[in-house]
Ligand binder design. Structure first.
Ligand SMILES: [Zn+2]
Length: 182
């Protein structure tokens, strides 16, 4: 896999992302790290199937720490009328301490789309991509450097609102997945 970092910053996040990508098959994939000028959002990204390119971008000059929330699950609701949706989105909020934190979250999100597209994981939903992003973020916030190995990617990333990221029992919760709990 080829990585191009156009920001010349966020080396720590880049090293972590490289270590994570080394845990699955990324032959033919390229990752571009950029700044975004998108208004009203901290980060941006996409996975393009045609040329297997993942682009992740964060906004320059944000203030840290900053809190941001992303949808992690949907919940069925009683439909009140034709116009109302049959489900509502459940949000999860975390504190991001640096541009590196934002970048790792975005990369975890886009990595999930790539994994599903390439048949390595199932469940290509925005909410699940966000759960994977939160999982990467939690691990990254405790990660020191390349000498430290990184976790593989579970079949289904845990919901951060159910088990807080980085909680001691997080791994046990993932194993619980095998028994049909979630
Ligand atoms: Zn997405």
């Amino acid at each position: 896999m080829e990585i191009k970092n156009f920001t010349e910053k966020m080396d720590h996040a880049q090293a972590f992302i490289e270590a994570k990508f080394a845990r699955f098959d990324t032959s033919g994939v390229s990752l571009h790290i950029k700044y975004t000028r998108a208004k009203g959002r901290d980060l941006n990204g996409y996975y393009r199937f045609a040329d297997q390119r993942i682009v992740v971008a964060v906004k320059k000059r944000l203030r840290y720490p900053r809190r941001a929330a992303y949808g992690v699950a949907t919940q069925a609701t009683a439909r009140r009328g034709l116009s109302s949706r049959p489900y509502k989105l459940i949000w999860h909020e975390e504190s991001f301490g640096s541009p590196d934190d934002l970048l790792v979250f975005a990369a975890g999100h886009e990595a999930w789309h790539y994994l599903c597209h390439s048949g390595q994981r199932k469940g290509d939903f925005e909410t699940r991509a966000n759960c994977n992003g939160f999982m990467w973020l939690g691990e990254f916030q405790k990660w020191s450097d390349r000498a430290q190995t990184v976790e593989s990617i579970p079949k289904r990333p845990p919901r951060p609102d159910v088990t807080p990221i980085g909680a001691p029992d997080a791994r046990g919760w993932v194993q619980g997945d095998l028994f049909g709990g979630y």
